[in-house]
Design a protein around this ligand. Structure first.
Ligand SMILES: Nc1ncnc2c1ncn2[C@@H]1O[C@H](COP(=O)(O)OP(=O)(O)O)[C@@H](O)[C@H]1O
Ligand SMILES: Nc1ccn([C@H]2C[C@H](O)[C@@H](COP(=O)(O)OP(=O)(O)O)O2)c(=O)n1
Length: 208
């Protein structure tokens, strides 16, 4: 049976860490959909393309082939022989990516890349269980308080917790349109759960 596990949720709720561990336990690849939005934002910054200009962003994608490579040990995004992965988790990209993710044709392009990947896999993002893989057998939606998420993220980025929390709240607002639990998703508040606890909760819901 093909199993697609979708793990959606707000920024820094634990989606990618959890998806990587769940996938490892199931011996499946995992897919980080946000990396494609991040890669488009990175290309736009690099080539001075305004992130509000959808047509220009789509032209950029025509002239720069982006490829998501979902390896079991971590996802990579390549652009014409260059590995962009290490450039995608910066405060600059964080600040630009929500604007990129608001364009419907660009979202359609991302979704096409995701649906072309060989199943089965574990996939994480914002709308995996709703718009992209509504047929998935197991769906989760992760949340956590903004403070807890900021404390977690401040450990990975520079910046104090208050500034990180303000930036996360801002991004939550911009991403709200596409960040919704599917009607059949299980909601999990990870504020007071360890990574292991979240992973084991998800694995319990996966059919043997
Ligand atoms: N339940 C948890 N308990 C403690 N730390 C966590 C938990 N979930 C995630 N983290 C940590 O929080 C940070 C953000 O998690 P990440 O998986 O990148 O979130 P997302 O993919 O939702 O943005 C990482 O440093 C991760 O290790
Ligand atoms: N399926 C998705 C995945 C990400 N996005 C948007 C929303 C986020 O602001 C960016 C980056 O997503 P990513 O999951 O990498 O970001 P976080 O780790 O949650 O901070 O892309 C989206 O709109 N739809």
């Amino acid at each position: 049976m093909l199993v697609i596990v979708t793990i959606d949720g707000v920024a820094a709720s634990g989606k990618s860490s959890v998806a990587a561990r769940v996938a490892q336990q199931l011996n499946l690849p995992f897919v980080s959909s946000g990396l494609l939005y991040r890669a488009v934002a990175r290309l736009a910054l690099k080539h001075d393309v305004p992130t509000q200009d959808q047509e220009a962003l789509l032209r950029l994608l025509d002239s720069h082939a982006l490829e998501l490579r979902p390896y079991a040990q971590g996802n990579e995004v390549w652009c014409e022989g260059e590995d962009l992965t290490h450039e995608l988790h910066t405060a600059e990209v964080d600040a630009a990516v929500s604007r990129v993710a608001q364009h419907s044709q660009l979202r359609a392009w991302v979704n096409e890349q995701l649906r072309a990947l060989p199943e089965p896999f574990v996939v994480e993002g914002r709308d995996m269980g709703t718009a992209v893989f509504p047929q998935a057998s197991v769906k989760f939606y992760l949340t956590a308080s903004a403070r807890v998420r900021a404390e977690r993220r401040a450990g990975e980025r520079t910046g104090d917790v208050d500034a990180v929390e303000a930036a996360l709240r801002e991004r939550d607002r911009h991403d709200a349109a596409q960040s919704r639990p599917a009607p059949d998703a299980l909601l999990l508040d990870t504020s007071n759960l360890s990574l292991d606890e979240v992973v084991s909760c998800i694995l319990k819901a996966v059919p043997a």
